[in-house]
Design a binder for this molecule. Structure first.
Ligand SMILES: Cc1cc2nc3c(=O)[nH]c(=O)nc-3n(C[C@H](O)[C@H](O)[C@H](O)COP(=O)(O)O)c2cc1C
Length: 191
């Protein structure tokens, strides 16, 4: 276990993984850390879908890429600006989840006003806890267009009344990932 500040400052989004599976005990540890996150009125409006099955992850990746194409084309007004991304989405076999051995989708209870923020808090706990034990992670927001499809979510086994909030991949990092530049934020002080 490393110091919390060191963990916060050295976590990176990992996009290259070893094939080694994340043991169930470690997954339980990450979910245990998630449930200590703060939540509005302590509602804890989260539920966790743990997906270790490679075929299921790859099928969701294909559905996710298909659902992302129109959005990506809208986001990128000039296709010459991000040719790699659009062609990545259009190529069969490329993985939206970077071939990570584990996908955890944090679901939020639709009845809760604060579910999105609560689940994001839980996600950060999981990603920091993972980093503290040598497990890499990355939030895959590009999976959201597919996960907003009720049929896909139901097929994955999501309980009714829940929506996908945070699709997170985990696994053992292959190689090093350099720190990205952090901007100086605008800070206004009133004294
Ligand atoms: C809400 C959210 C959605 C993200 N979606 C993706 C994604 O779909 N694919 C991806 O490769 N990275 C995704 N990321 C990771 C960011 O690109 C990454 O956090 C950012 O570039 C900063 O890098 P770092 O996490 O290594 O510090 C996402 C991050 C967040 C917080």
């Amino acid at each position: 276990m490393k110091d919390i500040i060191e963990i916060i400052k050295t976590r990176r989004s990992i996009r290259n993984y070893k094939e080694d599976p994340v043991p169930d005990e470690e997954i339980k540890f990450l979910i245990d850390c998630a449930r200590y996150a703060p939540s509005g009125m302590n509602m804890q409006p989260w539920s966790f879908l743990v997906i270790k099955n490679k075929e299921v992850i790859q099928k969701l990746s294909e559905n996710g890429k298909k659902a992302m194409i129109p959005l990506a084309e809208q986001m990128v007004d000039d296709p010459r600006k991000a040719p790699g991304f659009i062609s990545f989405l259009k190529t069969k076999g490329t993985s939206l989840f970077y071939n990570a051995p584990l996908l955890v989708i944090i679901l939020g209870n639709k009845k809760s006003l604060t579910a999105d923020w609560d689940c994001a808090m839980a996600a950060q706990n999981m990603m920091l806890a993972a980093h503290s034990i040598g497990i890499g992670s990355c939030w895959i927001g590009f999976a959201m267009p597919a996960l907003m499809d009720e049929k896909i979510l139901k097929e994955l086994g999501a309980p009714s009344g829940y929506k996908a909030v945070a699709p997170l991949i985990f696994g053992y990092p292959r190689g090093e990932t350099a720190m990205l530049i952090r901007n100086e934020p605008e800070v206004k002080w009133l004294r």
